[in-house]
Design a binder for this molecule. Sequence first.
Ligand SMILES: [Zn+2]
Length: 293
Amino acid sequence: MILRTLILLALALSTQVRAQSDEEPTVSVTPIKDGLFLLQGRGGNVVASEGEDGMLLVDDDYPQYQPAYLQAVKALGADGVRFIVNTHWHGDHTGGNAAWGESGSMILAHDNVRQRLSTRQDIKAFNRMVEAAPISAWPLVTFADSLALHVNGETVEVQHFPQGHTDGDSMVFFVEANVVHTGDHYFKDRFPFVDIGSGGSVGGLIDNIRALLSRVDYYTVIVPGHGDLANQEDLARFYNMLVETREEVRSMQARGMDLAAMQAAGLDAKWDSWGSGFINAERWISFIATSPR
Ligand SMILES: [Zn+2]
C-alpha cells in the first residue's frame, strides 16, 4: 500500500515537472552564416552576431524569455550582450530590454522607439494600453535616419523606414554577410500588421518594401519580423500581395462600399492563406481602408 502510494506520488510529481518544463521559455538557435544566428522564442525573430567585439542582438522578444536568451547567448560563447538594436517599440521585440539594459547592454534604436517606450501607448487596432517601460529598457543611443555599427567584421547598417509598420521602424543590414532583419514590415506569406495608432501606414509600408526590394539580391537572406527565413522571391511575392490587395480594397471603395460591406465581401480567394496568421483578411482590409496614406 505504501509502495503504491509512493509510486503514484512519484508519477504525479514527474507529470508536474514535465508540465512545468513544457511551459518554460526556450529559444532555438539556427545558424544563418558568418557568425550570424537566428534566435527564436515566442515573439519577434532575433538575429545574433557573435565575434571578437562581443554579442549584438537585433530585438529581444518578450521579457519572460530573457533568461532563455541569456542561456542561448552563453551557448554561443558570449558572457552577455554588448549591443541591442530594436527594430521598433512593440513588446514582442523590446521586452528583454529592461533586463539587458540593467546588465549593461547598450540599447540603440530610432528616436521614436525611445519616445514610445518611455510613455504610455495605445495600440488602437487591439484596444490595448501599454504602460511606459522601465527606464533601463529605454534606448541609450537614438538616431533620426540611420546608424552604422562596425562589429565582428561586419558593417551593420541600421536604417529608419518611416511611417510603415510604426513611425519608428528600422531595418538592420549586415552588409558583408548580405543578411537583413526587416522587423515587422514583413511577415513571410502573411498579411502584415500596420500599427496606424503608432504612426504606421499601409502606403508607407508598401513604399518601404519597394525600397527594400531594390536593396536585396538573389543571395540575400531576409529575416522577417515573424516567420521563417525568406529570400528575394518571397519578398517580391509579399510586395505583389500588398499592391494587389490594396487595389482590390480601393476598387470596392470606389463602388461605394463601407468597411463592413468590404469585410463581408472579402478579398480574392487566392489570398486566403495569407490571412491564416496574426492578421486575418478582415483586419487587413480595415488597415487599408483606414490608413492615412
Ligand atoms: Zn511589431
